[in-house]
Each structure stands twice: as structure tokens, then as C-alpha cells.
Design a protein around this ligand. Sequence first.
Ligand code: 5GP
Length: 189
Amino acid sequence: MDLLKERIVKDGQVEGSEILKVDSFLNHQIDVELFNEIGKEFKRLYDQEEITKILTIEASGIGIACIVAQYFNVPVVFAKKTESRNLDKETYESEVYSFTKQKSYRIRVSKKYLNEKDKILVIDDFLANGKAAFGLKDIIDQSGATLKGIGIIIEKTFQPGGKVLREQGIRLDSLARVKEMKDGQVIFE
Ligand code: 5GP
């Protein structure tokens, strides 16, 4: 998606060789107009698919998932990272290792909000090693729902997540695919 790639080149900040910061339009300050264009693009890509729910992971996935969901007219469910007395007792759970935080955490979704009739589009901001995506897939599998595809805003193809997901036959659509980050520059596939 050219608009997104142009924005990454203009406003993205490369941290070392592995982390791309996009706080000014995606992860901290949010460019809602850009999110709308991203929503339209995922709707175009999944127009032939029946989608009943969008699943993401808190916190940074929620904003983008909500905007995408408006184009599908379906609810968003987000996996929670913290245990809380508010959360229903009956949950699907999985373990995720965070690449950016370098520690594991549990994610959970109430059994009320996913079931075997659901056809799920997963949306997330970044794909690196694929741990978040596999955690969400694990939860979908536990619920008996069908994973229709994974929509990613920025995939870093020098990390293995995308390759492993595609090898498993999972549909993966990434709007910007970064193959390398060098001398502060972002190089796309
Ligand atoms: P994975 O689970 O695929 O290893 O990592 C995906 C998650 O880690 C994303 O949800 C995102 O929050 C975070 N992440 C991974 N790489 C980056 C990065 O380069 N920049 C930012 N801002 N987040 C990242």
C-alpha cells in the first residue's frame, strides 16, 4: 500500500536494525484518515470472504481493528493481557512471547465472544516473529472458530513470523513489507 509505505519513509524511525517506531501515526498518535484507508484496503482484500468478527490484541491493535471493523460491519474482540476480576471466568488462553518487551505474557478471551460459528480476520499492527499471531490462532483453534486470514499493517520480513505462518497455509496480508533496516533507512520488499 503506497500511502502507508510513503508514510513509513517520511515518519518512521529506525531503532537499531530490528525495531521500527511509528509512534507519530500508528502506535501513540493515531492518524485516523490513514487508518480509514487501511480499513478500505483490508475490505477490498477480504471482500469475497464472510467475516463475522475481527480479533486483535491489546493495546495497539485495538484502534486499527475498530476502524477496519467499520468496513466489515462486524464486532471487534481483543485479547486481554491482564487478569482482571471484570473478565469472565471462562476464557480461552494462550502464552505469547513479546519481541519488543522480551518477556512472556498470557492473553485471554472470554468464551462468550468466540465460538465455532465465527469466521475470524485477525488484525495487528506489526508482524515480527509471529508470536502474537500464533497466540491468537491458538485461541481461535480452542474456540472452534475459523481463521480466515491475518491482516498486518507492517511485516518485517527479515524476521521469521510471516514465513512460518505462510508455510502453515495461513492467509497473510501485509500492507507494507520491510525487508531491511539499515543506516536509519527502511527498505521494502
Ligand atoms: P511478534 O509477536 O510477531 O514477534 O511481534 C508482534 C508484536 O510485537 C506486535 O503486536 C507489536 O506490538 C510488536 N512489535 C514487533 N516488532 C515491532 C516493531 O518493529 N515496532 C513496533 N512498534 N512494534 C513491534
